[in-house]
Structure formats: structure tokens, C-alpha cells
Design a binder for this molecule. Sequence first.
Ligand SMILES: Cc1cc2nc3c(=O)[nH]c(=O)nc-3n(C[C@H](O)[C@H](O)[C@H](O)COP(=O)(O)OP(=O)(O)OC[C@H]3O[C@@H](n4cnc5c(N)ncnc54)[C@H](O)[C@@H]3O)c2cc1C
Length: 298
Amino acid sequence: MTSRALFTTPLAKGIGGAAAASIGAGLYFRYTMSVAHADSGRPTKAFGSGPAFLSLRLESSELVNHNTKKLRFELPQPDAVSGLSISSALLTFSWPRGCYLPCVRPYTPISHPDEPGVLEFLVKHYPNGKQSTHLHSLQPGDALRFVVPIPGYRWTPNRHKEITLIAGGAGITPLYSLIQGILRDPHDQTRITLVFGVNTDEDVLLKKEFDEYERRFPDRFRAVYTVSRPVPGSPFRKGYVTKELLQEVAGGAPSSAGSDVKVFVCGPPAMESALMGTRRVPGILEQLGYTKAQIHKF
Ligand SMILES: Cc1cc2nc3c(=O)[nH]c(=O)nc-3n(C[C@H](O)[C@H](O)[C@H](O)COP(=O)(O)OP(=O)(O)OC[C@H]3O[C@@H](n4cnc5c(N)ncnc54)[C@H](O)[C@@H]3O)c2cc1C
């Protein structure tokens, strides 16, 4: 059944009506937001805290490795900013050809919230994945609809002396956003250790950006990469993110009195279970002495 045929059923008419009402509310919200910001003299924020239903044009699409693309969208005005808080995601909406239902999935921008005019994403393609296949098929000039922001971690500068970020694969995007937000803030002195676990050398995304941060902030930022299937002669450690690896590299002994380390985790389900544990088995982080309050999972 095509999407046109689907719209003729009573259920679809209901969904269509609700969607139209929501889009109307979203457009009204967007209009009032942009007027308010234009009046204040500050840059217009493309997204507020509510629904946006904003359709953005793809400016460029670049393959960065065997399965990941960097997608760059234009904001409505060249001097507008996204207005998102760091580590927030945006819910995307599409109706890929041949699908009976629309597809709604979140993605985390890697461009800084104050960067004017653009919104950038790193999107990994999953075989048969609906939205990632659609996003990888987009060509410059095509549009994608962004429905609503999903707030990330509410970061307070200097609340923790140091943080450990543990990422797996495409889970790097919210952690990169956090790192970027902290290191761009001249008042924030938080020290950061990133532990990034991937399958192959090629999957080490954003390496150039992390190298640059290590160069500019040698006392505050360090990245440790571990690859489960490295090529011969790989510059990276070999293996998964294990208890031993975290014991060796993660900052601060969590069980020591007054420890102020916060840990952030974002990765595929198997990695998150190993780190956070299951109902029956305690995770690596608990075994290392971190309390639940010290851990945030994206
Ligand atoms: C808050 C948040 C932010 C996110 N940010 C990003 C981002 O910046 N970049 C990005 O690439 N993705 C991100 N994701 C994941 C993204 O939302 C989609 O889940 C992903 O692109 C797969 O969607 P799909 O429609 O292509 O696959 P689906 O059609 O939903 O799934 C198809 C198959 O793909 C596989 N699959 C799907 N998702 C995963 C997964 N996460 N791990 C392993 N296998 C999977 C499964 O085998 C599944 O059966 C984020 C997710 C969340 C919750």
C-alpha cells in the first residue's frame, strides 16, 4: 500500500488530523519563538524546548568510513543557532518510500549549539535500518523534518572535578557533544577521560577532533581507544572496554572518600549491559565501586 492509499483509511485520517493539529501548534510555537528572539537582538534559536516540526535542507553528505556519514543541514537563517543544550538529541521524522508507517528516530547533533547556520550529524547505517537507510540516501537539496528536541544531560560547569566518558561505536555523539561543550566553556575546568571502544580501526570516529582537544588541553582531556578487531600494527589497544582497562585509565578511585568522579555511558546494548549490569549480574562499574548516582547512561 502506498502512503497516498494509507491516508484514505479512517485510522490514517485520524492520525493525519492529529499530525496536522500538532504541526499547526508547532508552527505557531515556532512563529512566537522567532519573533521573541528577533526582538531581543540575540541570534534566533531554531529549536526551543517544545515541538518544532522544522524542515531543514541537506547541504552536504560525506561518507566518513565504511558505514557512517556526516550530514550537514542548513538552519532557516544563516545567523540562526540550533539553541539546543549540549548532548541533546533531535527527533527526526520521515516517511521512507515503501514504508506503511512513518519513521521517527533521535539523532544527536555534533555541531556546537552556538554554531550559526548549520546542524551536523554523524549517522551510522544499520543494514535494513529504516531511518539510517533513509538518511544515507538523502542528497544535497533534500529536506528532513525535525520534530522536537530531546534534552540531554543537564550539565553544570565545575560540578565534578573529573568525568569519565565511555562510548561504544555510534554512541560517541552525545559524549562528543558534552566534551565539546565543556572544553569550549572558558569557565569550565572539568577534567575529562574518554574511553572509546569500537569494532575496527575505521570505526574510531572524530579522531581528528579528539587529537586536537588533547593538544589544546593536555591537562584536561585524554582519549583512550580500544578496538576489538584491530588491523595488524594498529595504533590502538586491542579488546573490549573491560574492568582492567577502566581501572588503568579512568580518573580517580571511585571508592575513595570524597571521590567526585561522574561516569557517562553511551554504546550498543551489549556494552551497556556489561558496564551497567543486569538484574542478576552486577556491572563492571559497580564492581569498580561506582554508585548509581555517579553513573549517567544516555
Ligand atoms: C537519544 C539518542 C540519540 C541517538 N543519536 C544517534 C546519532 O547521533 N547517530 C546515530 O547513528 N544513531 C543515533 N541514535 C540511534 C538512532 O536513533 C537509531 O536507533 C539508529 O539510526 C537505527 O535506526 P534505524 O531506523 O536505521 O534502524 P531500525 O529500523 O530501528 O532497526 C533495524 C535493525 O538495525 C539494528 N540496530 C538498530 N539500532 C541499533 C543500535 N543502536 N545498535 C545496534 N544495532 C541496531 C538492529 O539489528 C535492528 O533490528 C541515537 C539514539 C538515541 C536514543
